[in-house]
Design a protein around this ligand. Sequence first.
Ligand code: DLL
Length: 437
Amino acid sequence: MANQIYWQKEIETASREQIYAWQSERLVRTVRRVYERVPLYRERMDAAGVKPEDIRGIEDLPKLPFTQKQDLRDTYPYGMFAVPMDEVVRLHASSGTTGKQIVVGYTKHDLDIWADTCARQLCAVGAKKGDKIHISYGYGLFTGGLGLHGGAEKLGATVIPVSSGNTARQITIIEDFGSDIICCTPSYAMYIAEEMERMGVDTSRLRLRAGIFGAEPWTEEMRRQLEQKLNIKAYDIYGLTEIIGPGVAYECSEQRGMHVNEDHFIIEIINPETGEPLPEGEQGEIVFTCITKEAFPLIRFRTRDIGVISHKPCSCGRTFVRMSKPRGRTDDMIIIRGVNVFPSQVESVLLKLGFAPNYQLVVDRKGSLDTLEVKVEITNEAFDDVTTSLSNLEHKISEEIKNLLGVTAKVTLVAPNSIARSEGKAKRVIDNRKLHD
Ligand code: DLL
């Protein structure tokens, strides 16, 4: 790459008509391919009475059947691949918390697209050739490490492929190698920030200027804390293994939602109960259709993530539609006596009250009643504060949760550093209800 930045202006600022034209043409082609090559899609479309010729543009998208996570499990490991195996140059997998893992494949062309989408993310946060990109997402079957790695290489930046773990070493590398941009989960970034604080690292002397954080839900309050503690700008990145990995959507300088790479993926928001597409601005389940991928092109994949999209113009000039920070997955949502609660909502409350985002939700069942306990680490300052008793603090948090989320929770303050830190995705919910089933 001769140019300094990776700004695909003609694509990223294309007119809406142009974007729809690309999407229509690519959708038609993809549907034809999967109908011919993936037995599950042929069966589903036949059953729904839809022929490839019926799909003439994106307006016909709702005619197509959904793909669910279970379909990928049922066809494990390679049943959804749309190319012969000798064209697959890489496999990745998502572990999934329950059931079989999902295996996905990439052709050379798919890897190229993926690197492109991640390079766009890096460019959008101001990364350029010569910057050192410190990648602390896990390398391996998880898509985080190698995904951003490909993007950073495409940009022509200097990659530091640290992977996750060994936090003291991460900090030494940030200090000594002069990392400019760090990529990891927001919870791991918080852990690194805490360790830096403990070690007395002066973050104002570091080169670090931005972080690209994703792979799990995080709140605006958490963004503010990370920006302040690490003395950086913190950006969100969204993606999922089934669609490509990180880089499905990327945040820009505006820091208000993530632009979906619409030349590769079509986003829809649907009512999770009825499957009906919802209009712009309404919250629902996010669904993606891959329109350029060769090896593993999913049609109308139900992500179970909950979000909203907006076509409002963005000050950065990009015209790709923006999706809100997903507030969580339908499967992370806890229903406590009829009230829906996402861990991220509890996080918001805790951070507003000045706590660190070190918490865990323990769900249990007493008789037929579901119970929620929120374990929160007390901060060192609060621990030393003799004027406020712990039970007063617990009461205050519990009251705030009740006021804002409408749910009664038992709050337990626990000692600083007693909740396990994560080097990847944080485990926010422990659901003991299954033990009683
Ligand atoms: O987490 C891919 C990724 C890696 C994204 C690095 C961003 C950065 P999976 O392990 O398959 O893939 O998990 C995908 O994680 O359906 C969401 O529920 C959640 N998720 C991903 N990014 C975000 C985000 C990677 N920015 C699942 N905010 C998705 C909230 C996110 N949730």
